[in-house]
Design a binder for this molecule. Structure first.
Ligand code: SAH
Length: 511
């Protein structure tokens, strides 16, 4: 092959499952890449780091599906690199532990293609940390063995030296394999002299919200795997240190561990909630039901607004602030803010105002519209005030309606909300999962949720799961549609909702 350009390959370990377990170096390499080749066990969330136009190529093996051979993958790497591309080859765990990263690197070196290896947290180490089974412990375990029982099918006989392994003392043995190999491996170890009651554990889907950990004596492992229908990916840890797990298993004790939660927030706003929920151990399904788009204000409308001497600007969403200010910036009229007072319903919205260097004069103690009206009108005499209420294009706005009882109010729509129809696949996925909770952060979201799922599906889903509403209005929207089991946060913020969920799922009756 002729060298065309200077390409480069990063062989990156993505870690075992939790997307935050990739290294900074790994993330930076993904950000740089023109092409990303990724395996099945790589968390797809990591692809979000990719450049907008990066090519993403799945090269993993799906059970029962045709897949690329190792040789084809090697060739692809070379082809892309010779084409001058920066290639991120992203592999589960660590590339040099049972990951064939070395074979890929050797192939690259044959073609003189420059590369770097970015280490990752291997599944055994991830499982150790996330189950609280230390791989070593002073005076108890002083040696660790990683072994794979998948092995190369071409090999005539097993390279695993069971006779030595079975006799190791003060050791942790971490085995990378599926459940089907387990009976054979266990039998070999016992046959070669390992105590059949040696403490052990099997960890399924380590470091993810779907992690399951089982403890058993060595001889019982195959039965445990069978009874519990354990599915790959699995690691088996044979170690006296398994006894520490009840004390050290911090991960499975997280308040929302393993809970399947649907986040209905609009895409550009969903991340914060998702991050908070994931940090509590939840599996989050992002299911944005609408999107917001800026409305470009026509210049005569803007001119009219600018000429009116408003006393107050009232915002209830970050989007309202952002899209309004974008319009002002475009028109070169940021000075519109000067001499005007600003009221926002919550802290996030206030922060958005502050971002542009303006201060906020009023935030209610409690972040909901009823409190807003009550406190705002109590604190300020609005009799001769002119208020500009800046909002999305929703029809019903209790803030406007109620403020009109006290002052003259104009409204200005600065963004458009439209329902976002997910693919049938996405809808089916949500419907087929046993969802524990659905989070609604606005009553608009409730309406769109029903619209895009259809009455019947929405109802079916809400009947099985607990609904969490950010505040009373959202709760009311759900109730008015006949939804039961609605919890509504005392503190009407994203953090408030997450705290409430932790409370609700902590109580026994909720489980
Ligand atoms: N290079 C990878 C291993 C690839 S071999 C690493 O360093 O982790 C694939 C095997 O790794 C799986 O069959 C399983 O035994 C193990 N494995 C990978 N991810 C896992 C996970 N999240 N939980 C349990 N085992 C996992």
């Amino acid at each position: 092959m002729q060298r065309r350009n200077e390409g480069f390959v990063y062989i990156i370990g993505a870690g075992p499952g939790d997307p935050q377990l990739i290294t900074l170096k790994g993330v930076n390499a993904i950000k740089k890449a023109d092409v990303i080749l990724f395996d099945r066990l790589v968390n797809p969330a990591l692809l979000d780091y990719a450049k907008e136009n990066a090519k993403k190529v799945f090269v993993g093996k799906e059970p029962g599906q045709p897949h690329r051979t190792q040789e084809e993958i090697n060739n692809l790497l070379v082809e892309y690199a010779l084409d001058g591309k920066i290639v991120a080859r992203v592999k589960g765990g660590d590339p040099f532990i049972f990951g064939r990263g070395s074979e890929e690197a050797l192939h690259l070196s044959k073609f003189g293609i420059p590369f770097e290896i970015v280490p990752g947290i291997t599944a055994g180490i991830g499982a150790s940390a996330y189950t609280g089974i230390p791989l070593t412990h002073r005076s108890l375990v002083t040696q660790v063995v990683f072994l794979t029982a998948h092995e190369d099918p071409q090999k005539q006989e097993s390279q695993i030296e069971y006779e030595h392994l079975a006799k190791l003392k003060n050791a942790t043995i971490v085995i990378y394999m599926g459940a089907s190999r387990l009976p054979f491996v266990v039998e070999e170890l016992i046959k070669n002299g390992m105590d059949k009651d040696t403490p052990a554990s099997i960890v399924e889907n380590a470091t993810t919200p779907m992690q399951r950990t089982f403890f058993a004596a060595l001889k019982e492992l195959p039965e445990v795997a069978r009874v519990n229908n354990l599915q790959p990916p699995l690691v088996t840890i044979i170690s006296p240190c398994t006894f520490f797990s009840p004390k050290l298993n911090w991960f499975e004790k997280k308040p929302l561990f393993g809970k399947k939660i649907v986040n209905t927030r609009a895409k550009d706003q969903s991340e914060h909630l998702t991050q908070l929920l994931e940090a509590e151990g939840a599996k989050v399904f992002s299911f944005p039901v609408f999107e917001t788009r800026a409305i470009e204000l026509d210049s005569s409308l803007l001119e009219t607004i600018l000429q009116k001497n408003y006393n107050w600007l009232v915002f209830t969403s970050v989007n309202g602030v952002r899209y309004f200010i974008q319009n002002l910036i475009k028109a070169g009229k940021l000075e519109f803010f000067s001499g005007k007072k600003v009221a926002t319903i919550g802290k996030k919205t206030a922060q958005e105002v502050n971002k542009y260097g303006f201060s906020v004069d009023f935030i209610p103690e409690r972040f909901n519209s009823a409190k807003f009206i009550e406190e705002f009108t109590r604190k300020f005499n609005l009799q001769s005030s002119k208020i500009l209420r800046i909002k999305g294009n929703f029809q019903v706005d209790p803030i406007t309606e109620n403020l009109r009882k006290y002052a003259s109010v104009d409204t200005l729509d600065v963004y458009r909300i439209s329902s976002l129809f997910p693919s049938k696949q996405e809808v089916d996925k949500i419907l087929s999962e046993s969802i524990d909770a659905i989070v609604f952060t606005a009553s608009t979201t409730v309406n769109y949720f029903f619209e895009i799922l259809g009455e019947q599906n929405a109802r079916a889903l809400l009947a099985k799961a607990k609904s969490f509403a950010i505040g009373p209005m959202t709760k009311e929207s759900l109730k008015s549609r006949g939804v039961e089991h609605v919890f509504s946060a005392e503190v009407h913020t994203i953090e408030g909702i997450v705290d409430l969920m932790k409370e609700v799922f902590k109580t026994k009756e909720a489980r």
